[in-house]
Design a binder for this molecule. Structure first.
Ligand SMILES: [Zn+2]
Length: 598
């Protein structure tokens, strides 16, 4: 048994999330966490909404609300959506808590003390008419690299290159169109080159990473530059240094504060659990947590933050970069065990885009379809190791042909036949080699499926679980228990159904990490009582340090099924089942495509 940290990428709170967002890391991290808990590990799954930075400030200004009001709105929307998907966070919080501010400032302070944060003079933009600082994203101009005429001061959306505002050709303010003036301004930079060697050594020891992630990360080390960690902006975590902490125009850069969220959320979880030091079991590189495992789940566009920048912060905080130093007051901290990145999901052949309406939001999806139907699609056809296209035709086909006609049909016909003929789980007597073979296939699934989930090969894992389902359907067709009607055939009919039901129960356990909502229902149809697949709940909490309250996702996941075959008890009463999955009409495809076309 190990302590396992599941650190899930933080959704940005500037709008509702679409299914592309949850396909890459939201659902896969939940599948992994549920399996690891069932296998007996002590899992801590944390994340939250990422709420600072210019995009939220810009959007809030456009809507005439404060950045905090905008973040409050979308924090709640996102919490509700993730709850609807059944994602079993131990804590899903946000970056605007006072706890998070304190942890971010503690890391900043220790990194500065250890010499890894350096001050530099750069050029910053200012509005000539108001004298106010213009944040990077408020400046627009022509990209010096590709010539795109609406590049932003921090990035060109056309060629994807990161920019500084003074590089833009014909820069203009997005607020009033005037030409900004550039003046010297001071900012803090993280001395990334001081970590190149330590990160290189650490990457050399990584095993089991997806090869493309490891290669990409190693290549980044060849050209590490100091990276700005403060910005001209009012919305964010204040800089915790004398002469800076009271300034209203300088804040810690959003990426620096967001990656620290994994740690601050773990600390918040521990403080709420009644044992404020409990987080150390997953984080402390000294005795308490030194054997803990940490898995980070994200889209491929975020690899750099998790395989280079976050390790650099952790190394610098622990005093383990080129410049040495002393660990901060939290002690030496664990680096990630594995960075699990997913590829991208597209929709009907196009990139998801809210502005171009190539989108389906999680909320709208869950209003029309079941959470497990989406979870199934993501597991079998998600962007695990290739960019993948979501099409409505494929969604309907997978739902109807595989989930309903394969798994749902097996559950439905085996339970209804047993309920009708026996009213209970029948007795299995005189097992034939065919009976034994099927039971063995199901039992063997625990090792196969579990190992694949542990290696982040969820597509192969659910494929193996569905093979058990297919074998059981084949067995039922061959044994044809509906033909065994005479009095002397009755014991054989009971045996076939008992074997089928045992395999339904085992397959249901194998599918539980993927399909927790329906797994609970199937468990109950088989006469089970209590919690089989624990679910998260939304809790309204007070900020622990006097800030405004907010909703979190949390839950008790110590209950529920274990990763093992549990023998069904002969004589347990069974009732005729209601279908667990819904068949979708083919007309759904046209309706959804019409919605997309607007
Ligand atoms: Zn460009």
């Amino acid at each position: 048994m190990s302590h396992v940290l599941a650190a899930v990428a933080w959704p940005y709170a500037n709008g509702p999330r679409h299914i592309g967002h949850v396909s890459g890391f939201g659902v896969p991290s939940d599948v992994f966490s549920r399996y690891m808990r069932m296998a007996g590990h002590d899992v801590l799954m944390v994340s939250g909404t990422d709420e600072h930075g210019t995009p939220i400030q810009v959007q809030a200004d456009a809507e005439g609300v404060t950045a905090r009001e905008l973040a409050d709105r979308y924090n709640r929307v996102i919490v509700e959506d993730l709850h609807g998907l059944g994602l079993s966070y131990d804590l899903f919080t946000r970056t605007t808590t006072r706890n998070h501010y304190a942890v971010v400032q503690e890391l900043f302070t220790a990194l500065e003390r250890n010499g890894y944060i350096v001050k530099r003079t750069t050029l910053g933009a200012r509005s000539p008419s108001t004298g106010r600082t213009l944040p990077d994203r408020y400046i627009e101009g022509t990209c010096p690299i590709c010539g795109y005429d609406s590049a932003r001061g921090d990035q060109c959306d056309n060629c994807g290159n990161q920019l500084d505002p003074e590089q833009l050709i014909n820069p203009r303010s997005k607020i009033n169109g005037e030409t900004p003036e550039f003046v010297e301004t001071e900012h803090f930079f993280l001395d990334l080159p001081a970590f190149a060697e330590a990160i290189g050594n650490w990457l050399d020891q990584r095993e089991n990473w997806r090869p493309n992630v490891l290669k990409f990360s190693r290549n980044l080390l060849d050209d590490l530059q100091p990276r700005a960690i403060t910005r001209d902006l009012e919305w964010g975590v204040p800089i915790p240094l004398d002469g800076w902490r009271d300034r209203n125009d300088k804040r810690i850069y959003v990426w620096f504060d967001a990656v620290i969220g994994y740690l601050s959320a773990s600390i918040e979880w521990a403080r709420r659990s009644g044992d404020p030091e409990a987080w150390r079991q997953w984080w402390s590189a000294d005795a308490q947590g030194k054997d803990a495992l940490g898995y980070y789940f994200m889209g491929k566009d975020n690899i750099v933050f998790h395989s280079v920048i976050w390790p650099a912060l952790l190394l610098g905080y622990s005093g383990e970069g080129d410049k040495g130093g002393e660990p901060g007051e939290l002690g030496r901290l664990n680096l990630p065990t594995e960075v699990v990145s997913s590829e991208f999901l597209t929709m009907e052949g196009k990139k998801f885009s809210s502005s171009r309406r190539v989108v389906i939001y999680v909320r709208d999806f869950l209003e029309r379809y079941d959470a497990d139907a989406l979870r199934y699609f993501i597991a079998v056809a998600g962007p695990e190791s290739n960019d993948t296209d979501f099409t409505w035709a494929e969604f309907v086909r997978r739902n109807n042909d595989e989930l309903v006609a394969g798994w749902g049909n097996l559950v439905n016909r085996s339970i209804s036949m047993a309920a009708k003929n026996f009213g209970a789980i029948p007795e299995a007597v005189d097992l034939t080699p065919e009976d034994e073979a099927l039971l063995a296939v199901a039992k063997a699934g625990f090792a196969t499926v579990g190992e694949l989930i542990g290696k982040h090969r969820q597509k192969a894992a659910i494929g193996e679980a569905m093979k058990v389902v297919a074998e059981a359907n084949k067995y039922l067709s061959e044994q044809a228990p509906w033909k065994l009607k005479s009095e002397e055939e009755k014991p054989r009919q009971g045996t076939v159904l008992a074997v089928a039901l045992q395999v339904v129960s085992d397959a249901n356990t194998l599918l539980t990490p993927f399909l927790p909502h329906s797994a609970q229902k199937v468990f109950e149809l088989l006469g089970g009582e209590g919690v089989h697949a624990p679910m998260p709940r939304i809790e309204e909490v007070d900020d622990l340090d006097g800030g405004p309250g907010y909703p979190v996702l949390t839950g008790d996941y110590t209950v529920g099924a274990r990763w093992e075959s549990v023998p069904l008890v002969t004589g347990t009463p069974l009732a005729a089942p209601k279908p667990v999955f819904r068949k979708l009409e083919p007309s759904v495809i046209e309706e959804e495509l019409a919605r997309l076309a607007g």
